[in-house]
Design a protein around this ligand. Structure first.
Ligand code: GRG
Length: 352
């Protein structure tokens, strides 16, 4: 995620993420320190700060910190100091950590960020409880923020939580829907699912920064819209990485979505193409789930041949453009708007 040659004075997406992570880190450490020691230990493990013995593992398996960065940039974009958005940044990062933790339980995914998922390392019950603790801390921390805007901020976060649950519900239910025919998942249903499970929290992060920075409602709404489009691009890329990503980079096993019958964009788009490869893909998926590596590999190459990967790249590009349009149509401070632009582009091109 690099800046372009002509943008020498604009930091790269990685620089933006690093700067924001450093600003939020003390408050995030404080929030985790307020948890019960056992759930705190699991939270620290899931945040990549320590191993299962509680021993610090600096630089181990931390996430990218996208949501905390969006919250800070949301505040800076409306002319406020990033510091006012730190409680919002902590809240969205804790919610994100919680959602990954529970998602791994629901999907029985054993690996996260190149390490055993929390449920694998500590057991399912403890992992569910650690997730609950993170969620409770996220909402409590935001509600305790001093200032006039806290009620609006908590309201935004609660709306996003409900969207996340709805998106995740759709995602899980789609696994039992057929690939083809009358019960198949349509493009609009996919979009609504992806916006809920991924776009809502990215939109909320940006909007929370603006709310805590005292921005008027139309600006907050525009930032939320930009973040939701970014989330749709982000999820499209996530779907691509789930099929063609390098596990050494993504930290997750490849083809897990295919084994599970997840209705991801590349497969749905491939099936909609109507080519010979699409028909063969449809027949293959209708006969059985690709349970072994060779079958998943065959599905992946048919999806590619039928144009699913290219169509999903196009989908990511369209939502990236829509996200940038939403930013450009809003009066924002120049430096933060440029950093957001760089960050958005970096995330739509990410490989992890
Ligand atoms: C919020 C109450 C409530 C429930 C949550 C479990 C669940 C319901 C939702 C799951 C949502 C989910 C896991 C969506 C996937 C979003 C996504 C693409 C995550 C990957 O994010 P990155 O790439 O991860 O930012 P890192 O590892 O960088 O932090």
């Amino acid at each position: 995620m690099q800046g372009t040659v002509e943008d020498v004075d604009v930091p790269s997406a990685s620089d933006v993420l690093r700067r924001c992570r450093e600003l939020v880190r003390p408050a995030l450490v404080d929030a985790v320190g307020r948890l019960h020691p056992w759930t705190g230990e699991m939270a620290a493990y899931s945040l990549g700060w320590s191993d299962t013995a509680g021993t610090p593992e600096p630089g181990g398996s931390e996430g990218k910190g996208v949501r905390q960065a969006l919250a800070l940039l949301g505040a800076e974009a409306v002319g406020a100091d990033a510091a006012c958005a730190v409680p919002g940044a902590v809240a969205v990062e804790l919610v994100h950590t919680f959602s990954l933790l529970h998602d791994d339980v629901m999907d029985a995914d054993a690996l996260r960020r190149r390490r055993p998922a929390v449920w694998k390392a500590y057991g399912t019950g403890p992992a569910v409880l650690a997730g609950d603790a993170l969620l409770a801390r996220a909402v409590t921390g935001l509600a305790e923020t001093p200032g006039h805007h806290v009620a609006a901020a908590v309201r935004r976060l609660c709306d996003a939580l409900n969207d996340l649950v709805a998106g995740q519900a759709e995602d899980l239910r789609f696994e039992h829907r057929p690939w083809d025919g009358p019960g198949a998942v349509g493009p609009e249903e996919y979009r609504s699912m992806a916006e809920g499970k991924t776009g809502a929290l990215l939109g909320c992060a940006l909007a929370l920064g603006a709310v805590l920075g005292g921005a008027p409602e139309p600006t907050v709404a525009a930032l939320d819209r930009a973040g939701r489009h970014l989330g749709l691009a982000f999820q499209a890329v996530d779907d691509i990485l789930g099929i063609w990503g390098d596990p050494a980079t993504t930290g997750k096993p490849v083809h897990a979505d295919l084994h599970r019958g997840k209705k991801t964009h590349p497969v749905l788009a491939a099936l909609a193409g109507g080519s010979r490869a699409a028909r063969e893909l449809g027949t293959l998926l209708a006969s059985a789930r690709p349970t072994d590596a060779a079958a998943a590999e065959r599905v992946a190459s048919l999806v590619e041949e039928a144009g699913g990967r290219a169509a999903t790249r196009g989908e990511a590009r369209r939502h990236l453009d829509a996200a940038r349009d939403a930013l450009r149509a809003t009066p924002l401070t120049r430096t933060a708007a440029r950093e957001l632009d760089v960050l958005f582009a970096g995330l739509a091109d990410r490989v992890m």
